[in-house]
Design a protein around this ligand. Structure first.
Ligand code: WTA
Length: 635
């Protein structure tokens, strides 16, 4: 471990060095890990292809760095605390030694079931310890994990399994979330009926113990396969650039893409950012409330904290079960020092009332974090006052599935904060703002499209099975830069404020949803001719989903029709993508080349019809007034 940055002056110095000589900087970080063979070269890169390789020729295994190397020093320290959905059920702790053994047992079970280095294993599981164990077991033997958020539908799961040609699915019987009991295994069974021919085995973890159907020859119980295995397992020798995992995420167009991360750079970057952003100290109890189905869970529940030898909490439940005090209860119970959540949760809990956080002893808290979407000032202030008691720095961390780790964020407690600003780039990160033509805005104070000019170790390497798509989406908009898809503002002091997506991605409760995906799902409804989906400001969710729909015949009961649309979207994607509002329209505003003018639809959905501007170049300008007039009928 390198020394943590401990003052703003030091950050400035480190930052300067890191961008003047990035290879030397990252090499120094990398040296603190265990490598089976040292790298021949620190970095090779070409953003045009794109081809980015870090620690070229280096050999290692990330789990040896997450687990084995801690055994001597902190084998008996708690690595993982699991807090169940039901607060009356007792929590579970794994020391580093116990986690190591559990991972090895699972790794041996994977091998016994024919999983080899390079094979893809899909996870479709609730937030149970076996998910973390399974993910690390894959990494142990060099299998590539592809975790699919357990809120996605059978169709969405099948698409992801097929795209990555996974050999195995690991799932649970059921998922208890709040008051619900979701039949996970049943959803897997349904997905596997959709031409998922590559799947040979389904490993089922007994979670609730409710009855499930097991298909003989294919389905096996976790406890039967794993529990009897040896508690040690040789770690596969991985190239720094071998794939570690695939994680699907939504973009502007088409189906979700499998973002690929590799072993070496991801390891170095997640550990470094975890320690420096959160200023984690020995003995601290760190809790990130994200789901492991998203990147935040990968990098800052599993890998970053374990690499740093931290104690990390995994929470199975939801913020409002059994009541809106649950988060604060868990903080009190485990004496949480670091609490990392999403603005949507903060807003929801803020709406539930101040008495919830004030009812619990939150005096253990030292650092608060925010991630996934812009945090509005009101939520920031509430978080600061009611949760942090004005005593905990808030790290508003900006990053993406594609970036692997946090790129822009305050370093906890090291400098003054500005509400709603993600503040400064991490060492080694070279952000810039460009205008629509790609000209860099050199003035300090500026607003533009956020790009990154130089590679960092945990950046996306490719989109699985379609390298050209990676090039098109991230490296073709502007020459020699990684384009984030976000707009941002920079102040005089060089602090960044993230404004939000500038593409057709909406950020609903911190979940990235592609408008095209939702439209495709809506269009499955037999009555629908065409649809257009946009985001609009939503008090709790940040953005809500607004769908304009053209139907074949008049819809008398729009509320009933909305239910049918919801069913369609739930079937194709999952409940997270259900439109909040739908409006049945006679047509959609289009350019002469037939492109839907979403800018106009966004204005109407946001209640800003007055500032639509000139529509005379549209193919059908008259439609704008008609849609705008009908806006109040949206349900
Ligand atoms: C948004 C989540 C403002 C942003 C880690 C980005 C944020 C997208 C912040 C990535 C933040 C994430 N402030 N916006 N602190 N963090 N975003 O891939 O639009 O699920 O492009 O990764 O979330 O979402 P993803």
């Amino acid at each position: 471990m390198t020394k943590q940055i401990s003052s703003f002056a030091e950050y400035r110095k480190v930052y300067k060095n890191s961008v003047e000589n990035p290879e030397k900087f990252w090499e120094k970080q990398a040296r603190t890990f265990e490598w089976k063979k040292k790298w021949d070269k620190v970095l090779e890169w070409n953003f045009d292809k794109p081809d980015v390789q870090w620690f070229v020729g280096g050999k290692m295994n990330i789990t040896e760095n997450c687990l084995d190397r801690h055994l001597k020093k902190r084998g008996d320290q708690v690595a993982l605390i699991w807090e169940p959905n039901d607060p009356s059920q007792s929590y579970v702790e794994y020391t580093y030694k116990e986690l190591y053994q559990a991972v090895c047992q699972c790794a041996n079970a994977l091998k016994a079931n024919g999983i080899k280095k390079g094979d893809r294993v899909c996870f479709y599981m609730p937030m149970v310890p076996e998910l973390t164990i399974g993910v690390l077991a894959c990494a142990r033997i060099g299998a590539i994990h592809s975790v699919v958020f357990a809120g996605f539908s059978a169709t969405a799961l099948a698409d992801r399994i097929k795209d990555a040609t996974c050999k195995m699915v690991i799932c649970s019987d059921y998922n208890s979330r709040g008051a619900k009991n979701i039949p996970v295994k049943e959803i897997v069974d349904e997905a596997l009926k959709k031409d998922c021919d590559s799947i040979e085995t389904v490993l089922v973890h007994k979670n609730t113990g409710d009855k499930v159907k097991m298909k003989s020859g294919r389905d096996k119980w976790w406890h039967k396969e794993v529990d009897g295995q040896k508690k040690s397992c040789k770690a596969a020798k991985m190239d720094a650039e071998d794939m570690l995992f695939i994680l699907y995420t939504s973009g502007s167009t088409g189906k979700p893409k499998g973002v690929v991360h590799t072993c070496g750079g991801y390891m170095v970057y997640t550990e470094y950012t975890f320690r420096n952003v959160f200023q984690y100290k020995k003995g601290d109890i760190y809790w990130c409330t994200a789901d492991i189905g998203w990147i935040t869970g990968h990098s800052y529940i599993i890998y970053g904290p374990l690499l740093a030898g931290a104690t990390t909490i995994m929470f199975e439940g939801v913020p409002t079960y059994p009541d809106a005090g649950r988060f604060w209860h868990v903080c009190e119970k485990h004496k949480v020092t670091h609490f990392y959540t999403a603005p949507t949760a903060i807003r929801a809990l803020m709406a539930a009332g101040d008495h919830w956080p004030s009812h619990y002893d939150l005096s253990s808290l030292k650092v608060l974090g925010s991630v996934g979407e812009p945090i509005n000032e009101e939520a920031w202030n509430w978080y600061n006052e009611k949760v942090g008691k004005q005593n905990c720095p808030i790290v508003d961390t900006w990053w993406q599935t594609e970036t692997g780790g946090i790129l822009i964020s305050p370093l906890a407690g090291l400098h003054k904060l500005k509400p709603s600003y993600a503040m400064y780039p991490m060492p080694g990160i070279q952000p810039c703002l460009v205008d629509a033509e790609g000209n860099e805005l050199k003035k300090k104070e500026a607003e533009g499209l956020l790009c990154i000019k130089f590679p960092w170790p945990s950046m996306i390497r490719t989109t699985y099975g379609d390298h050209d798509r990676c090039k098109q989406v991230y490296f073709s908009a502007f020459e020699n830069m990684y384009f984030t898809g976000d707009g941002a503002r920079r102040d005089k002091g060089g602090a960044y404020r993230i404004i939000g997506r500038v593409d057709d991605v909406i950020n609903v409760s911190g979940h990235r949803i592609g408008t095209a995906e939702v439209e495709n799902a809506i269009n499955e409804h037999p009555l629908v001719i065409e649809s257009a989906v946009v985001g609009y400001p939503h008090e709790i969710k940040g953005q809500g989903i607004y769908a304009y729909i053209i139907t074949e015949e008049d819809v008398d009961d729009v509320a009933a029709f909305k239910k049918e649309v919801h069913a369609e979207v739930t079937k194709v994607i999952g409940p997270i993508a259900k439109p909040d509002l739908i409006q049945v329209v006679p047509g959609l505003p289009k350019t002469r080349s037939g492109k839907i003018m979403r800018r106009i639809l966004r204005k109407i959905a946001s209640g800003e019809s007055d500032s639509i501007g000139d529509v005379s170049t549209l193919l059908n300008p008259e439609i704008v007034t008609s849609i705008s007039d009908g806006n109040s009928d949206a349900v």
